[in-house]
Design a protein around this ligand. Structure first.
Ligand SMILES: [Zn+2]
Ligand SMILES: [Zn+2]
Length: 178
């Protein structure tokens, strides 16, 4: 069964809002690439629209299955991985225990990650000056650096008891990709 809820079309989106192809465009793309298009897959396309929480497959499954019981977690995984293969979303391992999917593939960005609840936020900061020397690279041909700042989100920070020394200092890690 198709869900009949029409999502409002986002017009005049401000910069930095995750932009991904509409469900209709994704349907076209999947068909043109000879990939399977089903109402379940189209429901998954809709679940991702405007979503900037970097959802996990489990989250997408929960949202999509609320009004379409015939969706399986397997279909969600398969569809997300096909979207990633086509470059429409990015699969990220941010150390939160689950693969997170980022619809914002247009604008290069980094991430803030809450070490407590796993919340992920886009971080738009310029780290283009980051570089390593050839000897540090140990023969690797390195590509761009992705910066992950780990800490506590506002909600988790506010939940902490105010005992001195209990708040871990923020730190960051840098992952390089070719
Ligand atoms: Zn948190
Ligand atoms: Zn992101």
């Amino acid at each position: 069964m198709m869900c009949t809820n029409e999502e409002p079309q986002a017009a005049n989106q401000p910069e930095r809002v995750p932009v991904m192809k509409s469900p209709e465009e994704l349907t076209e793309l999947f068909r043109s690439m000879g990939r399977k298009v089903t109402p379940q897959r189209q429901r998954i396309f809709r679940a991702l629209q405007g979503e900037d929480s970097h959802p996990s497959a489990e989250w997408v499954y929960q949202v999509a299955s609320t009004d379409m019981e015939t969706i399986s977690l397997k279909t969600v995984y398969q569809t997300l991985h096909e979207l990633a293969e086509l470059g429409e979303i990015q699969a990220l391992d941010l150390g939160t225990g689950t693969t997170r999917f980022d619809p914002n593939v247009e604008i290069s960005h980094h991430h803030l990650v809450c070490r407590s609840c796993g919340k992920v936020r886009d971080l738009f900061a310029d780290f283009s000056g980051l570089s390593i020397s050839a000897s540090q690279a140990e023969g690797f041909v390195v590509g761009k650096a992705e910066v992950v700042f780990r800490g506590l989100c506002q909600e988790c920070h506010e939940k902490l008891p105010t005992v001195p020394g209990l708040r871990p200092p923020p730190n960051s890690s840098i992952n390089s990709q070719t």
